[in-house]
Design a protein around this ligand. Structure first.
Ligand code: GCB
Length: 598
């Protein structure tokens, strides 16, 4: 299906990029009859729809917000004149969860997976110097072969409803920016970097994939624009004397300028901001530039009022300011790869990212946060559809690593969140995913995944494939909450002692712990849901973390309150935020700040 991922757009001597964001046309297609009726040419009865955005929270009626099925976008866009030595590319940051893209009525691309770019070479379909037409047939249904996993319930009246096996609203649409990119035919397709540091000097190992027979030259410039190194050839080494390393919360970015030359003429060029740094796991330590780092921060969501999961630069900026204020140094892109602008900000701000694929809900439960800990088992990896899921999973991991591999902020990839892990089937499944992933990353970054409570040290078949182990634990919330918090601490320590007894000699990171907390509720002594309880819960968790040397990080759940499906477990969404959904601190934010600033 997907043939390539176009590099993030830029403008330079050889490349022109035009943002197509704005008001597009939109129409639901509940009977999936649009294609038969030629909607790829013209939507019969559309409404205006902003791109990028999720469509759900823009409407005022239930049926539109909760719509599940096919839906269409269309837009007219101008393509400047281009020559026969150029290609015209359409690049969507993502289309959730799957899409077919038609340009002037012809199919130009099809893509499965709602959180990674969709690129289409539309050169043969467009006319330069004229308006052209793009239509997108998208679909937001969930299944046991989609990432994330879920199901569709068909109601008596034939209406479909998404039934996520995960705890975030099934936002959909064109949620990220759309670009028209004009590039040379002989062009730079992709590049990799890897780093070695010795003393004050560094080596940047690079390799460039390109079309055509040209010669590659690369130069590296420092932040003042001075050349730090240069080299020739499609792969090679840039030797940097007195290198400025990219460090955690102390970033330094070089610009890698890649040029492609044909017959002495510049054929193409591309600029990338890279950070020289090494990452490794050694024993129970996570090392950045050879020095141990303790991870402090959050599991997040792309989620905000009105725009849903639509990318918003102001929200990204605000989130980084709030995270910096707490003293955090890391976040996990739970539970899917985020818009690329998140990683660009993180590169600049020196944040570490655990980059997660949308492999969530592999437990066949709409309440896996409750199922966790009950021993509830659903034979998820025994289903006949698993081979198809596996193929989809591996392909999306490849797309994620291809997209994100050059960001210095990305120090690890998380290949799952809370699947069933206690069967041989699960063990085999994840061994296959990890083996495939290990061949994809030129920097050989650590691979991990987040385990829920049923993944006990004695039963879990999957932790051995991880370079460090991420635990999502809710002792004091789902397990022994409220008046039983002392019991919760006892049970928590008991589990950690059992992990310790295994002497795995790898780092453990808590990737989730938290309590639902309403900003309005206070009580002394505390009860669950109050701000006081959230504080006591965090303090208990920190006591436990501080008792074990192999615990090397704490990413709370969640950075901010976020929207979920409706139900008796959620009060208009998940309220475990340290910040409210509008990004104001709850009291626990001050507790985290005090701990992390020190
Ligand atoms: C989890 C899930 C996360 C939920 C969280 C919760 O274990 O990984 O997606 O939102 O618990 O709040 O229940």
């Amino acid at each position: 299906m997907l043939k390539f991922t176009e590099l993030y757009p830029e403008n330079n001597q050889k490349r022109s990029s035009f943002l197509l964001d704005g008001m597009w046309k939109f129409q639901f297609d509940s009977s999936s009859a649009g294609k038969e009726n030629g909607w790829e040419n013209h939507l019969p009865n559309p409404v205006s729809m902003p791109v990028p955005s999720s469509f759900a929270d823009l409407f005022t009626d239930h049926r539109s917000r909760d719509y599940c099925g096919d839906f269409w976008y269309e837009h007219d866009f101008y393509v400047p004149e281009f020559t026969e030595n150029q290609r015209v590319i359409l690049r969507f940051g993502s289309i959730t969860h799957r899409a077919v893209v038609y340009v002037n009525g012809k199919e130009a691309a099809a893509h499965e997976g709602g959180f990674l770019p969709v690129s289409a070479d539309v050169t043969e379909f467009v006319t330069g110097g004229k308006m052209n037409h793009v239509a997108v047939l998208a679909n937001n249904e969930l299944s046991e072969t989609s990432l994330p996993c879920g199901a569709v319930k068909v109601m008596q009246d034939g209406r479909k409803l998404a039934k996520p096996y995960f705890d975030f609203f099934n936002y959909a649409g064109i949620q990220r920016s759309v670009w028209l990119v004009i590039v040379p035919q002989s062009r730079i397709l992709d590049f990799d970097t890897d780093y070695a540091v010795s003393g004050n000097d560094a080596e940047v190992h690079y390799s460039v994939k390109h079309e055509g027979t040209g010669t590659v030259r690369v130069t590296l410039s420092d932040e003042d624009g001075n050349e730090a190194a240069s080299a020739e050839g499609a792969s090679g080494v840039l030797s940097v004397r007195d290198a400025h390393l990219w460090n955690v919360r102390n970033a330094y970015l070089y610009t890698l300028h890649i040029t492609l030359w044909e017959d002495g003429e510049l054929a193409d060029e591309y600029h990338a901001r890279i950070g020289i740094r090494t990452v490794a796991v050694e024993g129970t330590k996570i090392l950045v530039n050879g020095k141990p780092v303790y991870l402090k921060g959050f599991g997040k969501h792309e989620d905000f009022e009105v725009i849903g999961r639509g990318v918003s630069l102001p929200v990204i900026k605000r989130d980084f300011e709030c995270m910096k204020w707490t003293g955090a140094n890391c976040f996990r892109t739970s539970h899917y790869p985020y818009a690329e602008e998140w990683y660009q900000f993180a590169d600049e701000e020196g944040f570490l990212i655990i980059d997660e694929i949308a492999a969530v809900g592999m437990m066949r439960s709409t309440h896996n946060f409750v199922a966790a800990g009950t021993g509830h088992y659903t034979s998820f990896f025994e289903a006949p559809t698993v081979p198809q899921l596996l193929e989809n999973h591996i392909r999306q991991v490849e797309e994620m690593i291809t997209r994100d591999k050059n960001h210095p902020s990305v120090f690890a990839f998380s290949l799952f969140n809370e699947p069933e892990t206690i069967s041989e089937f699960a063990g085999n499944y994840f061994r296959t995913v990890f083996e495939a992933a290990r061949k994809m990353d030129p920097q050989h970054r650590p691979l991990t995944g987040a385990f829920e409570k049923n993944s006990k040290p004695e039963l879990c078949q999957v932790y051995p494939v991880c370079d460090f182990i991420c635990l999502n634990r809710y002792y004091g919330w789902y397990i022994s909450g409220g008046p039983e918090i002392d019991e919760a601490e006892y049970l928590f320590r008991d589990e950690m002692n059992r992990w310790a007894a295994k002497e795995l000699n790898v780092p453990f990171v808590f990737t989730e712990f938290g309590t639902d907390t309403l900003g309005s509720e206070h009580k002394l002594p505390s009860v669950m849901w109050t701000q006081e309880y959230q504080n006591e819960y965090y303090e208990m968790n920190f006591r436990v973390f501080d008792s074990y040397d192999f615990i090397q990080g704490e990413l709370t759940w969640n950075f901010a309150d976020f929207q979920t499906s409706e139900g008796i477990f959620r009060v208009n969404g998940n309220k475990k935020g340290v910040f409210t959904r509008t990004r104001q601190p709850k009291e626990s934010a001050f507790i985290l700040k005090k701990r992390w600033d020190n």
